[in-house]
Unconditional design. Structure first.
Length: 199
């Protein structure tokens, strides 16, 4: 079953919430920037772009199903970004902040991961230091690769058993770091997950 991100972030107050053609904008946080939102959840990926990306990048079915419900997200004022698919050649309209697409999974996987590119697919990143979250195409485990100085470590710093478990636990953890209105209650460094040895 695919996690619905809008349900997972529903405890934050509605403040000038908006819906555009591309995304849902939840909990306006103008102290971050005039048009900033705590959570931006993109609408389902275009079917043609998703099929093409699944084939080209060997996206596992579980993540393809996720993208068919929500094509990526920018959560907790950029603390966690989940990548999405774009149509080839899709142009950005920087004049309309409510039309911006998700981070492109193609771009985010260029020269990535630092280890086995056939095995791991980068699906998300943490804004504090650029740590990456990858799905293992074989086992469907989720791995965190932390950034150390300017490079990413080659061995994972943490592991979750599946996509839904990672999303549910990380969104619950991050939700506790923000108040009901979307103010961060901790240092930005604490938005990173706790590292633990992969089992």
């Amino acid at each position: 079953m695919t996690v619905n991100l809008r349900d997972l972030v529903s405890q934050f107050r509605e403040a000038n919430d908006r819906e555009s053609k591309n995304a849902y904008f939840r909990t306006h946080v103008p102290w971050v920037a005039p048009l900033a939102y705590l959570n931006i959840i993109h609408k389902p990926a275009p079917v043609d772009a998703l099929h093409e990306a699944v084939s080209r990048l060997a996206i596992p079915l579980v993540f393809a199903q996720f993208l068919a419900v929500q094509n990526g997200a920018i959560l907790f004022s950029g603390a966690l970004s989940i990548y999405g698919v774009l149509r080839p050649g899709q142009l950005l309209n920087r004049l309309d902040p409510f039309s911006l697409p998700p981070f492109d999974i193609d771009d985010e996987n260029l020269n990535w991961p630092p280890c086995d590119q056939k095995r791991f697919l980068a699906i998300a990143g943490y804004g504090f230091d650029g740590s990456r979250v990858c799905i293992d195409r074989r086992s469907l485990d989720i791995h965190l690769f932390q950034r150390e100085e300017k490079e990413l470590k080659r061995t994972p710093a943490a592991k979750w058993d599946d996509l839904d478990g990672w999303l549910t636990s990380e969104i619950a953890r991050l939700s506790c770091l923000f108040d009901h209105e979307g103010h961060r209650l901790t240092t930005e460094a604490q938005t990173l997950p706790e590292t633990r040895k992969p089992s």
